[in-house]
Design a protein. Structure first.
Length: 184
């Protein structure tokens, strides 16, 4: 069964041991760069120190509307040069065209669990911003319509991460959440 979730919904969450004791908190996810970027490690703040843990020992499930993150074994990993911290290096960055013109801001990141966890889209809509502020569910509950827009990751060909933003090379298509679910 595929589960879709947002980066903003798990960053800051507690990470539990197999004995259900709090070990630390999620500070970032690390992807290995390819056509379908796969989560390979998790940065967890444990006793004031950030540790990079092997994602093969991490389990994420949705329980009563919240994400439960368990770590079965503390295995530290060394990252290769084709890995990126998605919160630090992608979130809040501007998406630029090849001429350096600003197109959008990355408000959140959409991921999918299907055996592995992959980054599937960047959220450029106002809903992503409200989700990060913690008010999106409330606004939906009181029936305020907020727009969502995504750019599928497979449509982004990154040619560089700079201080100004992420440059993309190819054409892209903005999609809403119904279209996004249908493309997976």
């Amino acid at each position: 069964m595929k589960t879709i979730f947002y980066f903003s919904r798990i960053v800051g969450n507690c990470v539990y041991s197999k004995e259900n004791k709090v070990m630390g908190k999620v500070s970032d996810l690390i992807i290995e760069w390819d056509q379908s970027p796969k989560i390979v490690a998790l940065n967890v703040k444990i006793n004031g120190e950030i540790r990079t843990l092997d994602f093969s020992e991490i389990f994420i499930e949705k329980v009563k509307g919240q994400y439960l993150i368990k770590c079965y074994d503390l295995i530290d990993v060394k990252l290769s040069e084709n890995t990126f911290l998605i919160g630090k290096q992608i979130l809040d960055r501007q998406i630029l065209n090849v001429n350096g013109q600003k197109l959008f801001r990355v408000n959140d990141l959409k991921l999918i669990i299907d055996n592995d966890i992959h980054l599937i889209a960047i959220d450029i809509g106002i809903e992503g911003l409200f989700r990060r502020l913690g008010i999106a569910k409330f606004l939906k509950k009181i029936k305020i319509k907020i727009s969502n827009q995504y750019i599928l990751w497979k449509e982004i060909e990154t040619i560089g991460f700079g201080h100004q933003g992420i440059k993309i090379l190819n054409e892209y298509t903005k999609v809403n959440s119904n279209d996004l679910i249908n493309t997976i």
